[in-house]
Write a protein that binds this ligand. Structure first.
Ligand code: NAI
Length: 331
């Protein structure tokens, strides 16, 4: 039998946490033959709710779940974890300045970085979900210098999946037959959802999305804004932000990273830029990646047209500004 993998979920008493932990315990994240031990962290005001989640995990009698650690102690939470899904953070509240929210999250991610660096298992893989996801991941990377930078990522898979969903709805095809959309940049409304390389499996073979949709106005307009604004649309409808889709996409992100992407398919991940596609190095930026042997690699050599270039640069600029704001909170 396989050794259990320890998976940390921070902010586990929150709404994404509530959707995510049962998926992990059922094997959605790491596969149906991989036992897991869940580590759940939240803050003291949420301790009672966190304990309720722990009780429900026991009550669900998941065969793969070999243990649960539910704690408000960051060291206990991080000790020995192989995978860390960082969902906890400080949300923007009405009337708050961006700088104040940034400053709260910078201090959270700085201290959680140190705990991971000192107590997590060697080669721990980190996925930051909490917003501002890219910049929180960057702060985590800066303050956990012994964790390899390739192990620190942020979630843009939800945006990627939203883009697949829009194409599938538009063409009335199975979502599993659509692939190779790209989310470039920030997990924010400045992101660039790019369909220029996306294809659909048809009875006559793989066809480019652009050839099938035949509506450039929509592909260059409504499609992009729908994906960019989808988070806000969900909040408007649910009065709460995306949770089941965020949780499911976090599982997709880790599963593909650990178990690999299918041949000929890429996915979007926020990773530390090495300057590929002339994206400034040193930002956590969403790129198309393939994964194999537990490592991601940026897909190279895709032709970039002028419209795409502009949109990729715009979202990079926003990330550079966020980075500067985050650093100003440190001093
Ligand atoms: P929520 O407010 O329901 O839950 C957040 C939880 O984090 C709360 O239980 C809170 O007590 C906890 N928390 C706060 N500070 C903490 C700390 N220092 N350590 C540990 N836990 C802490 O929020 P929800 O809806 O679960 O969303 C979580 C985050 O995910 C938000 O930042 C949200 O903006 C972000 N998000 C990101 C998405 C993405 O695609 N990257 C998609 C959807 C949401």
């Amino acid at each position: 039998a396989k050794e259990p993998v320890r998976v940390l979920v921070t902010g586990a008493a929150g709404q994404i946490g509530y959707a995510l932990v049962p998926m992990i315990a059922r094997g959605i994240m790491l596969g149906p033959d991989q036992p897991v031990i869940l580590h759940m962290l939240d803050i003291p005001p949420a301790a009672e709710a966190l304990n309720g989640v722990r009780m429900e995990l026991i009550d669900a009698a998941f065969p793969l779940l070999k243990g649960v650690v539910a704690t408000t102690d960051v060291v206990e939470a991080c000790t020995g974890v192989n995978i860390a899904v960082m969902v906890g953070g400080f949300p923007r509240k009405e009337g708050m300045e961006r700088k104040d929210v940034m400053s709260k999250n910078v201090s959270i991610y700085k201290s959680q970085a140190s705990a991971l660096e000192n107590y997590a298992a060697a080669n721990c893989k980190v996925l930051v979900v909490a917003n501002p996801a890219n910049t929180n991941a960057l702060i985590l990377k800066e303050f956990a210098p012994s964790i390899p930078e390739k192990n620190i990522t942020c979630l843009t898979r939800l945006d990627h999946n939203r883009a697949l969903g829009q194409i599938s709805e538009r063409l009335n095809v199975q979502v599993s037959d659509v692939k190779n959309v790209i989310i470039w940049g920030n997990h924010s409304s400045s992101q660039y959802p790019d369909v220029n390389h996306a294809t659909v499996k048809t009875p006559a073979g793989e066809k480019p999305v652009r050839e099938l949709v035949k509506d450039d106005a929509w592909l260059n307009g409504g499609f992009i804004t729908t994906v960019q604004q989808r988070g806000a649309a969900i909040i408007k409808a649910r009065k709460l932000s995306s949770a089941l889709s965020a949780a499911s996409s976090a599982c997709d992100h880790i599963r593909d990273w650990v178990l690999g992407t299918p041949e000929g398919t890429w996915v979007s991940m926020g990773v530390y830029s090495d300057g590929s596609y002339n994206v400034p190095a040193g930002l956590i930026y969403s790129f198309p990646v393939t994964c194999s042997g537990g490592e991601w690699k940026i897909v190279q050599g895709l032709p970039i047209d002028e419209l795409s270039r502009k949109k990729m640069d715009l979202t990079a600029e926003e990330l550079s500004e966020e980075k500067a704001l985050a650093y100003s909170c440190l001093s």
